[in-house]
Design a protein around this ligand. Sequence first.
Ligand code: 5GP
Length: 193
Amino acid sequence: MKLLEDRIRREGLVKPGNVLKVDSFLNHQMDIALFNEMGKEFKRLFPSEKINKILTIEASGIGIACIAAQYFNVPVVFAKKSQSLNLDGEMYVTKIESFTHKRVYDVIVSAKYLGQEDHVLIIDDFLANGCAVAGLIDLVQSAGAVVEGVGIAVEKGFQEGGKLLRSKGVRVESLAIVDAMDERTGEIVFRKQ
Ligand code: 5GP
């Protein structure tokens, strides 16, 4: 998605540890006009009428998922990161290691909001090693629901997550794929899609 790539080129900062910082429009301040275009693009990429729920993970996925949901006319459920399992009632739990914080979280969704009838589109801001998305898939499968696909804003294609998920037959669509980035020069190379 050229609009997103251009924005990353202009404002993205390459940080040590393979972290791309996009706080000015995606991860701290949010550009809603851009999110709106991203939402439209997700709908174009996942036109299936079967999708009846979007699942994301707090915090940064929520804004993107909510704007996208307006094009799908479906509710958004966000998985909660928690160190104590304090949701009432039956819930699904998985463990996710945070790429940016290097911590393992219990991630939970109430069984009230995810069930056998659901056809789920997973949305997240970044795909790196794939741990967050793998955890979300685990939650969907625990609930007996179906993963219809995974929509990602920025995939770091030089990390393993995308390859791993696609090799398992998961449909992953990323609006921008970074194939290389240089911490020293700040250069960012995108995959042609
Ligand atoms: P994964 O679980 O795929 O290794 O990492 C994905 C999660 O880590 C995303 O939910 C995102 O919040 C965070 N993340 C991974 N890499 C980056 C990055 O380069 N920049 C930012 N801003 N977040 C990242």
